[in-house]
Design a protein around this ligand. Structure first.
Ligand code: UDP
Length: 414
């Protein structure tokens, strides 16, 4: 198949470097890995993303079978994701001319704004559209309230898109429930998770030493935004013996940590909690350096307030590390309580402390949970398996689409 992916703000080329900043995270990684796995399976993939640097060539080959196409929409500069919605008409017009010149068999839009841009252009050519939201505005609004900077029309646009595209791929059961609550017909939705590169994230290999003290090492890996719950882990540290230490990966580059408001907030909390000497902020860590970092940890804590999917727990599991995870969003599916780690309620430092202390006190059990995590990551979440599920969804919409440009009719959903 000729597959056109649209990922308006998250370029797959950012995926190996520059992650951990405010707007660069799992979507970049997932789009990249999915494109590569689909190309490995013999498909031709073009990923359309917005040009953010005037020096970037229009088309950049990423790997055999994968091209990244830089779409001109608005200034060729980094812009906050929430400001891009006004550029989606221009993005859509550019896609339309690309697709008229080279008609894809299927379009896969990632994030709601990509769906807005992709749907009219694909419809005009009778190309079916698959949508992955990666995050839903209704969830964000519920948790962030007035701090949510998403455009006001996001929630309505997501439910319209959900009902209009040919298939919605929800990355977890929680998202499927949320889509149902938004009025998206259940028969439109298939749960297809994101995956993890189980060849890159492995238990065997170098382990980075993050501390010279030889205590129990806890790791968090995330963009440093409040909803990721790093504050909950720091608060938990105050309830744990002094040999328990925390390494925080993510955020701005190491040299810019002092200027970052979230780092300042977390450092102040660590000082108030009396654990400042037990918390190390690394700043953004290159994706390629992460396996060694996971391997150097005794446990990985991932306790966001909410999480659409969450690649980090899967990466930790693939590296054979037990995960203490908030039982929210995708983490409720990926981490199995008492099998690959421990589930805790979101925002509950006492529960995080208890779960980490149990791992610290029972190292053999902790290692067994880590091994079970590796087995689960390989069995359920390898990208070849996840790409095959995408392939099946694409084939379903292609088979049930009667091509008649401008008048797209769809048959029964796959
Ligand atoms: N990541 C990274 N370096 C960092 C912080 C994060 O490479 O310093 C990667 C991490 O390995 C994961 C992704 O960014 O692949 C974060 O994805 P996740 O789904 O956990 O969260 P999101 O950022 O999408 O909210």
């Amino acid at each position: 198949m000729r597959i056109a992916m649209v990922s308006e703000h998250a370029s797959p080329l950012v995926a190996s470097n520059g992650l951990g900043g405010v707007d660069a995270g799992g979507q970049n990684v997932a789009v990249r890995a999915l494109a590569l796995a689909l190309a490995d399976a013999g498909h031709e993939v073009v990923v359309h993303t917005r040009r953010t640097d005037p020096r970037t060539p229009r088309r950049v080959p990423m790997a055999p079978g994968v091209v990244v196409d830089h779409v001109d929409a608005g200034p060729a500069a980094e812009l906050p994701k929430d400001e891009l919605v006004d550029l989606m008409d221009a993005f859509s017009a550019d896609l339309a001319s690309c697709w008229r010149a080279e008609r894809p068999d299927v379009v896969h839009a990632h994030f709601w704004m990509s769906g807005l841009a992709a749907l009219p252009s694909a419809r005009a050519l009778g190309v079916p559209v698959v949508q992955t939201f990666h995050a839903l505005g209704s969830v964000k609004r519920r948790h962030q309230g007035a701090d949510d900077t998403s455009p006001a029309r996001r929630v309505a646009a997501e439910s319209d898109l959900g009902a209009s595209v040919d298939r919605v791929l929800a990355t977890c059961r929680d998202e499927a429930d949320e889509l149902a609550a938004l009025g998206v017909p259940a028969e439109q939705v298939t749960v297809v998770p994101c995956g993890v590169d189980v060849g890159h994230f492995t238990p065997a290999g170098d382990a980075a030493s993050t501390s010279g003290r030889g205590g129990f090492r806890v790791l968090t890996v995330s963009r440093l935004v409040p909803r990721k719950g790093v504050d909950t882990v720091i608060a938990a540290l105050g309830r744990l013996p002094r040999d328990v230490e925390l390494t925080v990966a993510g955020g701005p580059s190491a040299g810019r940590l002092d200027d970052d408001p979230e780092v300042r907030r977390l450092r102040a909390l660590a000082a108030r909690t009396g654990v400042a000497d037990r918390v190390t902020f690394l700043g953004a860590v290159a994706h390629d350096a992460l396996p060694a970092l996971y391997r150097g940890a005794d446990a990985v804590a991932c306790v966001p307030v909410y999480e659409p999917f969450g690649l980090v727990p899967l990466e930790a599991m693939a590296c054979g590390r037990p995960v203490v995870a908030a039982a929210v969003g995708g983490l409720a599916d990926t981490v199995v309580d008492d099998v690959t780690g421990h589930h805790v309620p979101a925002g509950d430092p006492a529960a995080v402390a208890a779960a980490l202390d149990a791992l610290r006190a029972h190292p053999r059990r902790a290692r067994a949970l880590g091994r079970a995590g590796r087995r689960r990551a390989v069995a359920e979440y390898g990208w070849d398996r996840v790409a095959a599920a995408h392939e099946q969804a694409y084939a379903g919409v292609v088979a049930s689409t009667t091509v008649s440009p401008g008048v797209l009719t769809t048959g029964s959903p796959a």
